[in-house]
Design a binder for this molecule. Structure first.
Ligand code: GA4
Length: 366
């Protein structure tokens, strides 16, 4: 008789061909048709998966290494110091540091993280301004601000390619939303500690041996338990779509990210620490009248090494009306898929949902 252990899941197969765009190549070959080809490839990836890889991104490798080292140093701090460092002006809910709790509606994951507001205008005395960054003389905040500036620039280059791929006349229409002084953009730094190994035979005993362990006595007979599978996986970040326009992710060399295909099957995205990964968010699905797909994704954690990921969420200003971009509805036979709403309205509604919910369903026309 098999007893299902909740954390055990079979590994998803790897995504066979990750769509990829080389920004440097696209920029260098503007005249030779390379740029137009890159724009078409980006649009195709956004339609099919809502997901693609970016190489030739221009974010310096030493900066990526500094961010990764600073994040590792931060998460190695004692719990209390992490909480204190992240609580500062501009650090109110949902921003700050948290462990295991995701959002405010009961979602849990095998993850600890920092969430920071990073609108175009930097705040003096922002969270983490005093936090050390490992060996670096800069504060963690200074390193993150430098990173956000570089990633925002690259994000706008990607958004311009998307606009070109959509055939928009105004190719700056998407990038302008994220560049606005009051753009509602965020940075998330996730740390997924390795799942406790089943081979770590002390993991459970240590809990019970704790001085304040809540133990009881009960006499039961258990039939022999099945041998647990070797590839034990925990949910690091449960399945969801991102609410913003665009998410730009970079991780260390530890895998874990999985995306959902259109038929609902899950595929694993092989880690690539030298590249960025782009997700289409709900707001971009609306702006494209459903043509680009907001990709459902999750992070699964195994027992190997810690995963660290840093995600820039590019969002519009709160007052911005999310309506299909000029020209896109005509092409869809004049039919609008979503009713009118502002980003502020959408966010308020999204933050009341559970992670796995379909947040856009509520705004769809029949
Ligand atoms: C998913 C994308 C971003 O990480 C995030 C998340 C936010 C949070 O962690 O507070 C949310 C989640 C995300 C979607 C639905 C709501 C809000 C948790 C949650 C259950 C920062 C975001 O903007 O939306």
């Amino acid at each position: 008789e098999q007893i299902a252990l909740p954390a055990v899941q079979r590994a998803a197969p790897p995504l066979a061909a990750v769509p990829e765009v080389d920004l440097a190549l696209a920029a260098a070959d503007a005249g030779g048709g390379g740029r137009a080809a890159a724009a078409r490839a980006v649009a195709r990836a956004c339609e099919e998966h809502g997901f693609f890889k970016v190489t030739g991104h221009g974010v310096p490798a030493p900066l990526l290494a500094r961010v990764e080292a600073a994040a590792a140093a931060f998460f190695a701090l004692p719990q209390q110091e992490k909480e204190k460092a992240a609580a500062a002006p501009g650090g109110g809910s949902p921003f700050g540091y948290a462990s295991k709790r995701i959002g405010g509606n009961g979602d849990l994951g095998w993850v600890e993280y920092l969430l920071l507001g990073v609108g175009a205008a930097a705040l003096p005395g922002a969270p983490l301004s005093d936090a050390p960054a490992g060996a670096s003389p800069c504060s963690f905040r200074e390193i993150l601000d430098e990173y956000v500036a570089a990633v925002r620039r690259m994000t706008c280059a990607v958004l311009e390619l998307m606009a070109e791929g959509l055939g928009l006349e105004d190719t700056g229409a998407l990038a302008r939303l994220v560049l606005a002084g009051d753009s509602d953009s965020m940075l998330r730094v996730n740390h997924y500690p390795p799942a406790p190994r089943l081979e770590d035979t002390g993991a459970l005993a240590r809990l019970v041996l704790a001085g304040d362990s809540d133990s009881m006595l009960r006499v039961n007979h258990y039939p022999p338990a099945p041998r647990p599978e070797p590839g034990r996986r925990l949910t690091g970040f449960g399945e969801h779509t991102d609410p913003h326009i665009i998410s730009v992710l970079r991780s260390n060399a530890t895998a874990g990210l999985e995306i959902s295909m259109q038929d609902g099957t899950w595929v694993a995205v092989p880690a690539d620490a030298d590249s960025f990964f782009v997700n289409v968010g709900d707001a971009l699905q609306v702006l494209t009248n459903g043509r680009f797909r907001s990709v459902r994704h999750r992070v699964m954690v195994s027992s190997a090494r810690p995963r660290v990921s840093v995600i820039f969420f590019g969002g519009p200003p709160p007052r911005e009306r999310l309506a299909p971009l000029l020209g896109l509805v005509d092409r869809d036979g004049g039919r609008r898929r979503y009713r009118d709403f502002t980003w502020r309205e959408y966010k308020t509604s999204a933050y009341r949902t559970r992670l796995a919910d379909n947040r856009l369903a509520h705004f769809e026309f029949e």
